[in-house]
Design a protein around this ligand. Structure first.
Ligand code: CA
Length: 321
């Protein structure tokens, strides 16, 4: 008998690569998407909600609820870093899509996460593809949340490599470092996929051309919104292609065996010039004194990825019609 699909909630800031990850999830029989929660990051939260509803309408999956997330950081900060220069002003490649017909549910993202985790204890995996504010709010809202949740798979961090916002920080962690530190130290089963891994996975021009030629609904849609994202990569990294951050992290929930992992305690720098830095302590050296990592729970951090298989799976599933 086939295993029951894993229930997942995707916390997202769509976002071109978020759109790819959401579509990939909807085409992956290993998982059942039971909700989307929204967060600022690539765009402001209001627009992230609109885009999440829009993407579900494109997919014909308006049965999936969308819960709107926080408009400010966990410390109530309103000065947000918004990456619309990467994804287009609308977050989806400046395509001027019609506004969605649907509306988000009344519940906040944090309340929705808490409720679903409680409703299906040990069964719900959160795939967090943006700054971690909503997840940290859920932890604050319900001390049992970290026990009720099956796993938190998060796209975030730059482990032993430079960041992508500045040399220290990766974008999702930089978006709300205080929230990230709460999540990394909460004691839940955490699996972090950082840019040290996602920078090994790129979609090339040739693959983009295959998407254009495909009759698949998702392939057609994505080949349009990819243009702005491609231009950004050309300018920022001199590459013809795009990094597949969000779909790669999503696949860590779908098929964890595509990755190898290391384990340790992760703390996040919350101020100063290295704000947003993620620092993994591998617990090999015993320090003579108590440190900020001592007694913190162990999390899993992805170290390598089977990039060809990730790209192959993504292409196959997105090109289905
Ligand atoms: Ca994202």
């Amino acid at each position: 008998m086939a295993a029951e699909p894993k229930k997942i909630i995707i916390d997202t800031d769509p976002g071109v690569d978020d759109a790819m990850a959401i579509f990939l999830a909807l085409r992956s029989p290993e998982v059942e998407v039971i909700g989307l929660t929204t967060i600022y990051g690539n765009v402001y939260t209001t627009l992230a909600t609109r885009n999440a509803l829009h993407l579900l309408e494109v997919a014909g999956r308006t049965d999936i609820p969308v819960a709107e997330g926080s408009h400010v950081t966990i410390t109530k900060g309103t000065k947000l870093r918004i990456a619309d220069f990467v994804h287009g002003a609308d977050g989806l490649g400046n395509q001027n899509f019609d506004p969605p017909k649907g509306k988000p549910v009344e519940q906040s993202a944090a309340a929705f996460l808490v409720e679903q985790a409680k409703l299906h204890p040990g069964k719900v995996t959160v795939v967090a593809l943006g700054p971690l504010t909503n997840i940290a709010l859920a932890i604050e809202l319900d001390p049992e949340f970290c026990k009720n949740i099956r796993q938190i798979v998060l796209l975030g961090g730059a482990f032993s490599v430079n960041g992508n916002v500045n040399p220290a920080a990766e974008a999702n962690i930089f978006g709300d470092p205080d929230a990230a530190d709460i999540v990394f130290t909460c004691g839940a089963d955490i699996l972090a996929v950082g840019i040290n891994v996602t920078h090994q996975v790129a979609l090339t021009d040739a693959e983009r051309d295959k998407l254009i030629q495909s009759n698949g609904k998702f392939a057609q849609y994505l080949s349009k919104i990819l243009e702005v994202y491609l231009s950004y990569h050309q300018e920022a990294y001199s590459m013809r292609g795009v990094y597949l951050h969000d779909p790669t992290a999503l696949l860590a929930a779908v098929n964890p065996s595509l990755f190898t992992y290391t384990e340790g305690a992760v703390r996040v720098q919350t101020n100063g010039i290295t704000r947003g830095l993620t620092l993994l302590y591998n617990k090999q050296k015993r320090f003579g004194e108590v440190t900020e990592w001592t007694d913190k729970p162990t999390v899993k951090v992805a170290m390598t990825v089977d990039a060809p298989t990730v790209v192959k799976l993504l292409m196959e599933r997105l090109m289905e019609s």
